[in-house]
Design a protein around this ligand. Structure first.
Ligand code: GDG
Length: 473
C-alpha cells in the first residue's frame, strides 16, 4: 500500500491567495500548488490589527483541501515585529545595508515574542508527522519556539532574501541567538550558494560548528541540512499571461506610444535594495555618452510603493522623482520624454504585456535574494522579437542566467550605460540565442520544482526533528 503523504503546513507572514487571480507572486504560486496537491494548512498573519492581537480567535478559510488560518497582531506587535525589527533591522542588514539598519532592545523583544505567539497558536493545530515549512526573515525564531511547545516533527525554513556575510551579520546584537534558533530547523534553504556559504561560515566561525558532507552542518548536538533552492516562477502560466488579451492591450499601447523608439523597462517594488537611483544615473549616462540614443529610446520604470510607513522609503521616492525630473529637464524635447516613473501597480497580465513590449529590461538590484522580475521578463518574451535582460551581478538570479543576460555591476554608472548601449544595438540573432538560453533555465527551475525539491529534502531528512541528531528515534 502506498504510504500516506504527510500533510504540508506552510507558515508565512502573509497567507494566500490560493487561486491565481493575477495577484500572486512566486511564493504564493509555488506554495499554493504544493498545498493543493497534498492538502494542507497555511498559517500566518491576517493583515489586520486588533486590540487582542495574537490572542484573538483565529480565522480559517477552507478552499481546495487547504485551510488558510490567520491571526491578528495588535498595533504594538505590528510596529515592533514587522515595521521595526523585520523591516528596519533585518531587511537592510541582510541586504548589506548596515548604514540603514537600526537596532533596539524593544523591537528585538517584540519580534521574539511575536514568533513565540505564532508558534503557540500553531502548535495545537499540528499533527506529529506534519511537514512544517516556515518562510522568510519574519520567523527566524518560530522553529525553535515550536520545539519549545513540544513539536518533534520535521520543520524546514526558507529565506527569500540574501543571507549576508558574517562580517556584516555579526553587527546585529542578536545574531548568535538568531542563528542558534535556526538550528532548530531540520532543513534551512537559501536562494543561492553564496547565501548558504555565508550561513555555514557564520556557524563555523561564530558558533564553533563544522561543515559535513551532504550539505550538512553540525553545531553542538544539532546537525541540519543547509542548501540552496533557487526559487522560480510558473513559467508556462506566465508565458500564457503574456499572450492574454489584457497583456496584448498593454503591449500594443506601449508600442504605439514608443513608435520607432526602443522601449527600456524596469519593474520593482520601490525599495532601496533594487538599485533604482543607480539605474536612473546609468540611463542618464547612456544619453550623455551615446548621444545617438537621444530621441530614440524611452525608459519606463514601474515602481509600486511599498512600506511607505518607513522614512527610508519616503526619501527614496522623493529622490527618484527628483532624478527623473532632472533627466527629463536635461534631455527632453517637445516630442520626447526620456524617462517615466509610475508608482501605481499593474495586474500581472498587464505587466506581462509591458515586458513583452520592451527591447531591454533593467534588473539592477544592489542586492536581491533571487529577483523574479528577471525570470518573468524572460518567460513573457515574443520568440520572434525577444528582448535583452541586463542583470545585476548581485541578484540571486545571476546564478542561473549569467551566461545569457548582460551582467553588470549596478554601482557602476559606466557599466550600466555600456550594457544598455550593447543591448540596444544587439543584432536579432544574438538576442534570440541569448533569450533561448535564459528561457531554458527559467522553464527548468520553476516554482513547482523549487517546492518539490525543498519538500523532498525535508521528507528525506534523516535526523529526527527536535531530537539530538544521531540519537535513536
Ligand atoms: C522577495 C525577495 C525574491 C512588481 N510590480 C508589480 C508586481 N510586481 C511583482 C513582480 C514580481 C514581484 O512583484 C517582485 O518579486 P521580486 O522577486 O522581484 O522581489 P521582492 O518583492 O523583493 O521579493 C526576492 C522573492 O522574494 C521570492 O523569493 O525573488 O529576491 O526580495 O513577481 O512581478 N505585480 C503586480 N503589479 C505590479 O505593478 N501585479
Amino acid at each position: 500500500m502506498a504510504e500516506r503523504q504527510r500533510r504540508l503546513v506552510a507558515v508565512s507572514n502573509r497567507v494566500g491567495p490560493l487561486s491565481d487571480e493575477g495577484k500572486a507572486g512566486g511564493l504564493a504560486v509555488g506554495l499554493s500548488d504544493a498545498l493543493k496537491r497534498r492538502g494542507g494548512l497555511w498559517f500566518g498573519w491576517s493583515g489586520n490589527t486588533s486590540d487582542e492581537g495574537t490572542f484573538r480567535e483565529a480565522e480559517t478559510v477552507i478552499q481546495d483541501h487547504v485551510s488558510m488560518t490567520t491571526i491578528d497582531m495588535n498595533k504594538e506587535e505590528l510596529e515592533g515585529f514587522y515595521l521595526h525589527y523585520a523591516n528596519r533591522s533585518l531587511w537592510p542588514l541582510l541586504h548589506y545595508r548596515l548604514d540603514l539598519a537600526e537596532f533596539d532592545r524593544q523591537s528585538d523583544r517584540i519580534y521574539r515574542s511575536v514568533n513565540q505567539r505564532f508558534a503557540a497558536r500553531l502548535a495545537p493545530l499540528l499533527e506529529p508527522d506534519d511537514l512544517v515549512w516556515v518562510h522568510d526573515y519574519h520567523f527566524f525564531y518560530l522553529g525553535s519556539e515550536l520545539r519549545q511547545c513540544g513539536f518533534k516533527g520535521r520543520i524546514g525554513f526558507f529565506l527569500h532574501i540574501p543571507f549576508c556575510a558574517p562580517e556584516i551579520f555579526t553587527a546585529l546584537p542578536a545574531s548568535h541567538d538568531i542563528v542558534r534558533a535556526m538550528l532548530a530547523y531540520d532543513v534551512v534553504g537559501f536562494q543561492t550558494d553564496t547565501d548558504r556559504r555565508n550561513f555555514a561560515n557564520f556557524c563555523v566561525r561564530e558558533l564553533g560548528g563544522e561543515k559535513l558532507p551532504g550539505h550538512r552542518i553540525r553545531v553542538g548536538d544539532r546537525t541540519i541540512v543547509a542548501k540552496a533552492f533557487p526559487i522560480g516562477i510558473d513559467a508556462t502560466g506566465y508565458a500564457r499571461f503574456a499572450v492574454s488579451p489584457e497583456a496584448g492591450e498593454h503591449e500594443e499601447m506601449l508600442r504605439d506610444l514608443a513608435g520607432e523608439r526602443l522601449q527600456i523597462v524596469g519593474v520593482d517594488r520601490m525599495d532601496y535594495s533594487k538599485g533604482l537611483v543607480e539605474r536612473f544615473k546609468g540611463f542618464e549616462r547612456l544619453l550623455e555618452d551615446y548621444p545617438e540614443n537621444r530621441g530614440k529610446v524611452q525608459f519606463l520604470q514601474v515602481a509600486p510603493l511599498s512600506r511607505s510607513e518607513l522614512d527610508a522609503y519616503v526619501e527614496l521616492r522623493r529622490e527618484l522623482e527628483e532624478l527623473a525630473g532632472h533627466i527629463n529637464g536635461r534631455f527632453a524635447t517637445l516630442d520626447w520624454t526620456p524617462i517615466q516613473i509610475m508608482t501605481r501597480g499593474f495586474t500581472r497580465r498587464a505587466l506581462a504585456g509591458i515586458y513583452r513590449a520592451a527591447r531591454v529590461c533593467l534588473v539592477t538590484p544592489l542586492r536581491d535574494g533571487m529577483n523574479l522580475v528577471a525570470k518573468e521578463f524572460v518567460a513573457a518574451q515574443d520568440p520572434s522579437d525577444p528582448g535583452v535582460l541586463i542583470l545585476s551581478r548581485f541578484a540571486g538570479a545571476r546564478a542561473e542566467l549569467e551566461n545569457d543576460a548582460l551582467v553588470v555591476n549596478p554601482y557602476s554608472t559606466d557599466d550600466v550605460a555600456r550594457a544598455l548601449q550593447r543591448a540596444l544595438t544587439m543584432p536579432f540573432d544574438e538576442r534570440s540565442r541569448r533569450w533561448e538560453g535564459m528561457r531554458e533555465a527559467v522553464f527548468a527551475g520553476t516554482a513547482e520544482t523549487w517546492c518539490d525539491n525543498f519538500i523532498g529534502e525535508l521528507e528525506t531528512f534523516d535526523g529526527s526533528g527536535g531530537e539530538v541528531a544521531g540519537a535513536p528515534a
